[in-house]
Design a protein. Sequence first.
Length: 250
Amino acid sequence: IEINTDKNSKLIVKENKLVMAGPCAIESYEQLLETAKFVKSKGANILRGGAYKPRTSPNSFQGLKEEGLEILKAVKKETGMPVITELMDARELDKLYEVADIIQIGSRNMQNFSLLTEVGKQDKPVMLKRGLSSTISEWIGAAEYIAIGGNQKIIMCERGIRTYNDYTRNTLDLAAVPIIQKETGLPIVVDPSHATGVRYLVKPMSIASLAAGADGIMVEVHPDPINALSDGMQSLHFNEFEDLMNSINL
Ligand code: PEP
Ligand code: MN
């Protein structure tokens, strides 16, 4: 996979669709390496994994932080996979910059304008997740905060928004895919893991996202989802990821 920019410094995604896969959180070297090797062997082209985790409760696992970045760096070297990881605080930018090929701005920070401004001043691609309950206009406004600093290498990520629906963690807004493409020209990936919160919905929503024209997907995969330190309910087992990749046939 090649992530490049055109003459207007807009990000262009060559060759394939983006398949970003990996655990919600980096838990250990062994966990990340095993997952990375597996997802790579099935066609994932970017490894995901959070070192800094924005958890709802301060009593939940907060991520391995710097140690997580070290693990990510080691696994990136071992597997040759480009990596994406979340930046929660501009004070961590220098450390994260050394490791990340794509910097993720999470849903909870979509309107953290000082953070957006900081990533707009650096040159790594940024994936901007849609805010928890954000409108598309607010999301585009957030992307403009990044772009205005000079960094046009932005990937938008639809990850569902909060609605009154009670069967899924969020509601996947698939119309956002063609809307973002039409309004911004930016690549957009869909994260069906956070959009649904439920493992069995990840495959059908991935297929639907790609059918709607998404430039890729981001999915959570874990060697042992039941014992995952975060988001186990929505994380795919290895065999389910394999089945997904066979179904989308990229
Ligand atoms: C994530 O992808 O690690 C994450 C925390 O998702 P979101 O910001 O969409 O909730
Ligand atoms: Mn997660």
